[in-house]
Structure formats: C-alpha cells, structure tokens
Design a protein around this ligand. Sequence first.
Ligand code: TPP
Ligand code: MG
Length: 381
Amino acid sequence: MSTDAKRAPAQKRKDNGAGRDGPEKNAPTGDGKGPATVNDPERGTVIEKEAAPPNTAGTTLEQRRDLLHSMLLQRRFEERCAEAYALGKIGGFCHLYIGQEAISTGVMSMIRPDDYVITAYRDHGQALARGVSPRSVMAELFGRATGSSGGKGGSMHIFDAKTNFLGGHGIVGGHVPIAAGVGFAIKYRRGNQVCVCSFGEAAVNIGAFHEALNLASLWDLPVIFIIENNRYGMGTAISRSTANEDVLIRAKGYRMDGESVDGQDVFAVRESMAKAIERARKEKRPTLIEMRTYRFMGHSMSDAVSGTYRTKDELEENMKRDPILLLHNRMFEAGELTEGEMHKLDDEAKAIAQDAWDFADSSPEPPLEKLYTDVYTDTSS
Ligand SMILES: Cc1ncc(C[n+]2csc(CCOP(=O)(O)OP(=O)(O)O)c2C)c(N)n1
Ligand SMILES: [Mg+2]
C-alpha cells in the first residue's frame, strides 16, 4: 500500500469536502473532547462545528486492528462485487461504498448489538461493518435463496433482523421517516437503544427528511441521523443541486444538535458518535451529523468512475485520503503495525470475500413458490 497520504497537503473544505489537516497535526485543545462551537450570528451557537482533530484516544491497539480489519473486509468484499457484476453474476443496481468505509466502521464500532441501523442503497459496507454475515450479503447480491433477503432484494435491500439491520432502501430519503418510527418505538417501549440512520447529502433536499427530523426533535426520539456527504448525487455535484451547501444547517431548523466531521478519519467518526449516542441514551435527543467523505467508484456499477461529472485529478486528490491508508499510516508510524501484519489482515479479508463468493455461487436461486413470500403482510385476521 502506498504511503502518499502522509504527504497529502492539507485541504480546504471548498477544495475537498473530505479534507482536513492530517491526523494528529493539530492536537486537540483542552480536554480533547469539547468541539468548538461557532458564533455565527445567522446560525447561533447551537451547532457544534469543526471539532478539534481527534486522536486515537479511547481505542486499544486491538480495537484499532479491528477497525482496520473491518475496513479492509468491506474494501476487498466490494472489489469482488465489482468483479462479479462484470461477470454477470450480480444483476440490477449495485452501488459500491469504496472510499467511505471509515463511516460505517466508526459508527458500527460505537453502537450496541441491540441498537438499530437503517441506511440507503449503498449498503454492503454498512451491513458488513454491522456484522451481517458476508456470505448472506454476497448471496443476496447474487440473487440466491441463502441471501439476507432470500435473494429477492438484491444489492440495495440487505436486511438482517439478527443484527437489527433494517435495510437497505432504494428510494432516496425514503427510510429517514422509518428511522423516526424506530426511534418512536424505542421510546414507546421505554428502551435505551438508539437508531442510526445514514443517507447521502442529496437526501437532505427530500421532503421526507424534513418531516422525519421535525418529528424526531419534537418528540425527543433517540435517532442519530448521518449525512454521508460525498458531494455528489449520481452525477450531480452538491453545488448544482443544493441552495445551501452547508447541509448541517438543516439541524438548526429543527432545534437539533449536530456537528460536521471528517468522515475519512475513523476516529473522528467514533468521537462524534460517542457524543450523539450519549445525547440519545441520556437526554433522549436526536442528532444530525455531517460526515464529509468521497466515493472512489462511480455512483453505481453502470456509471463512469471519472471523466464525466468529475475530473480524474479530483478523484486522485481525494484518493490520497483513503480511509484505510490513513489508519494504516497512523498505526504504522506509531509502530503499531508492520507491513507483514498488514498483509496478514488483508489476506484474511480477501479469504472471507472469497468464501462469501463461493458460498453465493453454489447457493440455489429462490424457488418460484417463494415469489410472494415476505412481500406483503397479511393483516386481514
Ligand atoms: C426519490 C428518489 N429520487 C431519485 C432517485 C434516483 N437516485 C438514486 S441515487 C440518487 C442520488 C442520491 O445521492 P446521495 O443521496 O448523495 O447518495 P449517494 O449516492 O451519494 O450515496 C438518485 C437521485 C431515487 N432513487 N429516489
Ligand atoms: Mg452523495
């Protein structure tokens, strides 16, 4: 793995949505926990913004290796998805998460098994990070009966009740009100779980997003809304679709706390989650977090990687902040990881992806008589 990221220049937000000063360059001030608040007259001081760059505090070496392993698994798994798609083994839509793995990894590493997760169609990495079996994810992609949704959902509809993974949803923003509903159910049952709901930045212009945030705040629901801001909705840059590119400002409209963090830095993701989880469990309040990231592949498998709506130079610049590379470099420089250990972790990830492929490829297709099973619920009785 190249170490170019070490030399990557600090990026200004305008130039690089995922960019921030390199890790550890600016040590956190004070106790390292308190994010700076912005005294912007228009926005007030409610929204915490641009938290101090986080360090690795709070993680053990074993946890850091697990974080690296989780990201590597998602990357290697999805590289095989691209291959399987090209071979015609995966049909329909297929949206890869490559480049955004620090978000799924950081988020899932902070929540409990009894918490709930709901996401959009770019869901393979989220599912794997949550602990959904790689075999059942790959089999779902292959449209096989052993898949997480019986082979009838496909790439966009991974669902796994065992891990409280509530999808995989194809309609932009359509699942955000469902997250509010889950939050309401938690509150109604007097539970102290949280519901984590992630979506792309284009979803903040959808009406359902606003309805959900309004109710979540009004009813004090324990939902953590995460905007994975990769700066594009299909081939449309955020500057061409969104009147106010500061998507986090949406939080203020609903009297909600939130912050904007570097989504390429798994530790920044974890720190923001720690605050949001505490707020949800103790204060029963929702949070909106913007995680700035970048996708390294096309919008979906049928989309060009670059050269149409974004330049190759832009892509390459952003790939210097590959989340796996950043964590690798940080651990390598701290003497916590040798190249040999990195290769071992990588080989393990590749072996799991191969096993998932073999399992999916040898699984049967769903039988015809299951065509209507799990499609509608019978509410007549
Ligand atoms: C309501 C609705 N409108 C349009 C589409 C078509 N569509 C699919 S993905 C997408 C872009 C969404 O971008 P974003 O929310 O930023 O997520 P990303 O793909 O970047 O992860 C659009 C417009 C859709 N699926 N649903
Ligand atoms: Mg997007």
